[in-house]
Design a protein around this ligand. Sequence first.
Ligand code: PLP
Length: 398
Amino acid sequence: MPGKSMQSTPIPYQNLLDTSKSSSERIYLSPPDIGLEEKELVMEAMESNWIAPEGPTIKTFEHELSQYLGTEHVIALNSGTSAIHLGLKLLGVGQDDLVIVPTFSFCAAVNPVLYLNAIPVFVDCENSNWGLDPEILEEAIKNCINTGSKPKAIVIVHSYGMPAKMDELRIISEKYQVPILEDAAESLGSMYKGQQTGTFGALSVLSFNGNKVLTTGGGGALILPDRHSYEKVLKWSTQSKEALPYYHHIELGFNYRISNIAAAIGLGQFKNLQNRIINKRLIHDQYVNNLSEIQGLSFFEDDSDCTSNKWLTILNINSSVAGKNNLEICEELEELGIESRPVWQPLHKQPLYRKYKSFIKGKAEQLFSVGLCLPSGSALSDNQVEYVSTAIKSILHK
Ligand SMILES: Cc1ncc(COP(=O)(O)O)c(C=O)c1O
């Protein structure tokens, strides 16, 4: 099945909004998009009775992931957060180590730093694609070194699927010899200079949460440099059991392996992965066509270095021109049965993380005041995108 087709407005705006939606028709931000293949593979896994965090489908799923990314060593885990946790542990992060984290990110990029009793240092994002700002990153690393502690790792996030400036960031990582943990949780299928995100870090992370472009219900993966680190993470993720007939533990372990049933969903999700990405990109284009002419509204567009999977379409609202801000529009969309969400509140502004050092130029704060994530599920119909666009126009009296 090819991707959904672009369609000009088939129903007048007013009619679209008159179709008052019941709660069962609520339009979600990015719900799972599941096909027959997934159901068949789950049934097969059930019939084989491999209903456990081990089984043959996990291996097949890992193989499929490594083929897709063009890398050799991929371990499937029960979440992207667990993958970040074990990734940082593999990089040697421990008590009181400093770890650079983008302030413009989801909490899962920083919480594993705290699980390891390490200390986050927040760095602002840059203007063009909302990834870690290379200049501010360098300033932060120098400052840490001057105050006696070189950071142990740099977490880089491809925000909302948009590839961060990897060339510039890698130069800094190499210059100061601080490894990158690449958080590609949201960006499976996004490319930077023709290369898949998820292949740039010393280690890289994917998420298969229900809202991601490839879901296993809940799950994640860590992309590793070699077989040795695969074996190490495999052991940690399965309670660090020693290879003995009885339970014997030397190292602290975790229950982080993906289940065979979840891996079956993931394997099925591969079949239509490219179409789901195409659909997300078409949804983005449809929103741009519908809304970008309105004064005060704008969208992020890929630059020549990047192709984003457009995991979520973000609408930027200049409230002094548009008349309403992102929070007001979010609340009014909710009344119409449409889920939207302001972009991330910068981590350094949140009570849990406020006490940590941050290097800020105001970009993440500015984004938080203007950005709104629009419904972007790959199964969204043209009419649903029209409905959301019409709702926004009517909220702004356009
Ligand atoms: C940027 C980012 N990092 C990490 C995660 C964590 O992934 P998970 O929900 O699979 O734990 C998510 C998503 O949920 C995310 O959006």
